[in-house]
Design a binder for this molecule. Sequence first.
Ligand code: LMR
Length: 405
Amino acid sequence: TTSTVAAAPEDPLFGLMKAYREDPSDKKVDLGIGAYRDNNAKPWVLPVVKKADDAIHNDPTVNHEYLSIGGLPDLTAAAQKLIVGADSPAIKEKRICTLQTISGTGAVHLGGLFLAKFHPQKPTIYLSNPTWANHHQIFSNVGLNIATYPYFSTKTKGLDFDGMMQSIKNAPNGSVILLHACAHNPTGVDPTQDQWREIAAAMRERSHFPFFDTAYQGFASGDLNKDAWSIRYFIEQGFELCVAQSFAKNFGLYGERTGAFHFVSAPGADASTANAHVASQLAILQRSEISNPPAYGARIASRILNDPVLFKEWEDDLRTMSGRILEMRAGLRERLEKKGTPGNWDHITSQIGMFSFTGLSEAQVKTLRSKWHVYMTKNGRISMAGLNTNNIDYFAEAVDSVVRE
Ligand code: LMR
């Protein structure tokens, strides 16, 4: 009976969002959830998204029929090209398949479910420590074994590259390694291209399977190709791999749940047949879980990706978002350095993407919330987009104060 069901804790991130909303202070600052905000701390509808949206509303051929199980074909084809590159050998050799998913979360889940069912031995998936908290829940829900690899050095506030490499080398052959393609969540710390090369070589040596999660393509650096480099490099190296792709952040389509899952088979004579088999099994899994994915966000993203004029405007919008975040990084670092706030703040500008892993302790995070009405996750992560020219002085003052306490 239901009396055996124990109460579960509230989701920490959504709990934080609720606490922020309920705080009556007019000084409050929301640095919690990873969602872009404009300089007035308001959600931003990308101008290009508004355009595509208007076009859809004026299009008499649009209806509310089901999409196919794999989603909107115009979207999945464009999503594929966007992430692996239009001239990718995986596309030319027909060894990549793509299903539209319920954003990045749905893609991670579909990939996890597929591996749990079809991987020849029950694999262990290695997650970076730390990683997006939901990774742990999603992969344990589908019954995969979970292990972690070191990622963040609290000393340098950068990558613990040696620790990461050791774990990759020590993991049993054929393990699944989850990699953030760019703008690592929650740390904002990415490997350099040389480090990626070493990671790939070590994974090849152990026949590990790369599982890429990409939620910040174009959002991180403002350059869509640069932010996809790691994935394209692994494909060039001939890996069999998969990619969970989210369009929540780079299109600002958070609530529309738009994303894709890609499975790339290793090159070889049977590659395209093998890939078609994978695609057919993914379709069965998708049908049993969601039947078919939602249409609205897919139509918006598809219009933009398939229209060269809109695509260019999207790139401008991406640069607007990444540019404002870079300004906030520079501004925060400058303010803390000017105040002489104890500690080194280089990492604020060397980290990239939506988040900065400030190095603030759990106790400091608590004081920031109780005394200053500043909301951030207890691991010291801040969503950079929550800062703006109206609150950055206040936030710097708050950080300076708690660090000195
Ligand atoms: C975040 O980490 O804040 C975002 O990716 C939002 C989420 O769903 O957790």
